[in-house]
Design a protein around this ligand. Structure first.
Ligand SMILES: [Mg+2]
Length: 204
């Protein structure tokens, strides 16, 4: 059976931290792993920034609520869910993603979680596990799923490598050039075609 693992941000919805930076006019929130390589250091920094601006989870969720899935994301996801199982593997947090997941028809999402205190302050974050995207795919393979993974960024590469087939979607040129072993597309219809081609090959 086919199981497709999709990244979330940059693939189905906009980048949440970048949208937050824009909507709150706090440019520091644009920091990514490209600026601070160590993910934990980056997260500590982000939580400090939120604290400094007294941004609570409710404030953040109301900003995220104003975002919409990318054009075509919903119909692509509906198509994909008719082809086999779909699991979204993301490095975001359940509390951030929830408003967007409603807009996507509540597909299955595996991601991390936040620790929120009584006042709504984000006190800490908890990773499901390190490298959970690739680890999940490896376990789906042990369950005899034929796995296809699609993502747009560095944090997806291990997942793409672990799957039977990996596809870069809307990835920046630099990432496409660094990982030429993966086909790269940037439109949902093209991604649909790439997935359909592979699924047909697997069935035959
Ligand atoms: Mg992404």
């Amino acid at each position: 059976m086919l199981l497709t693992c999709l990244d979330l941000e940059g693939v189905l919805i906009p980048e949440i931290w970048i949208a937050l930076a824009e909507k709150t006019a706090i440019p520091e929130l644009r920091l990514t792993t490209r600026d601070i390589k160590d993910y934990h250091e980056l997260m500590r920094k982000r939580l400090q920034i939120l604290d400094r601006h007294s941004l609570r989870i409710q404030d953040i969720q109301s900003v995220i609520n104003t975002l919409e899935p990318m054009d075509g994301a919903l119909s692509f996801l509906q198509w994909l869910r008719e082809q086999g199982q779909v699991i979204i593997l993301s490095d975001t947090f359940t509390e951030f993603a929830m408003p967007m997941m409603r807009k996507l028809g509540m597909p299955t999402l595996f991601c991390h979680s936040l620790e929120i205190d009584k006042e709504g302050r984000i006190a800490n974050y908890h990773l499901r596990m390190e490298n959970h995207k690739a680890e999940s795919v490896l376990r789906f393979r042990q369950l005899n799923f034929y796995t296809i993974a699609a993502g747009d960024s560095y944090n997806d590469i291990a997942m793409l490598q672990s799957a039977h087939e990996g596809i870069l979607f809307k990835a920046p040129q630099a990432i496409q050039a660094e990982f030429p072993q993966f086909p790269a597309v940037s439109q949902y219809l093209d991604l649909q075609e790439e997935i359909a081609k592979r699924a047909a090959r697997y069935k035959s």
